[in-house]
Design a binder for this molecule. Sequence first.
Ligand code: C5P
Length: 229
Amino acid sequence: MDKPVIVALDFADDFECIQFLSQFPKDTDLFLKIGLEMFCQFGYPFVRSLRNRGYKIFLDLKLHDIPNTVKRTCEMIDKWDVQMLTVHASGGSEMIAAAKKGLADSNTKLLAVTQLTSLGQTELEDELQIPLKSQDYVTHLAKLAYDNGADGVISSALEVPMIKDVTGPEFLCITPGIRPKSSQVGDQKRVATPSQARELGSDGIVVGRPITQANDGFFAYKDIYQEWK
Ligand code: C5P
C-alpha cells in the first residue's frame, strides 16, 4: 500500500462535505476517513457515493462487541469495497480474529484502535483500573492485534517505533494527531508534523482540521502531502 495522507471528513452535513471535495481536481487520488458522526447521519449510501467517485475510504467505526456480532458486521462491510476498517483492540483476541474472518473476501485492511488518545494515564488507572503505564498498555494491545490477524493499528506517531518493535515492519501504523508547524494544535495532545511522522515510521497519516478548515483545502492538502512524501 502506498503511504497515504488520509483526510478526516468530520463535517456536520453532506453538502458541506461535497463542497469541500469539489476544491480538489478530479485526478487527485484522495483517501477519505468517514467516522461515526458522518456514518450515523448518511450511512452506507454516502460511503457508496464516495467510492463511486473513485475515492478510497477508511471507515472508522471502531467496532467493539461480541465476536459473532463483529464478524457478521464485518461480513457486511466486506462487500462495500472500503480500504480500511477499525475495531477496538480492547475487544479481545477472539473479537479481533472474528473481525478478520469477516473481512476474508476483500482487501479491506483491519486496523485496531489501541488506547484512545482522549484517555490519559489517570483515566487508565482510576477509571479502567488498568495498572500499566500507558505506553505498555498500547504496545500490549498492538501485539494482541498483531497476533490475532489485524493488519495494523491506529496510534500516535510518537508510539510507532515501540509498536513496530513488538510487531513487525509490515504491521501498519496509521497515525492521526498530525499538525504542520504552522497550524493550530486544537484539542490534540501528542502531535507530530507530517515529516516527523514519516521519520518515526508511520505508514499513513490522518489529517482533519488543518485541511478541512483551511481557506484553500487543496493547497493545504498539497502542502502536507509534499512534506509527508
Ligand atoms: O482534525 P484532526 O486532524 O484532529 O482530526 C483527526 C481525526 O482522527 C479525527 O477524525 C479524530 O476523530 C481521529 N482520531 C484521532 N485520534 C485517535 C483516533 C482517531 O484524532 N486516536
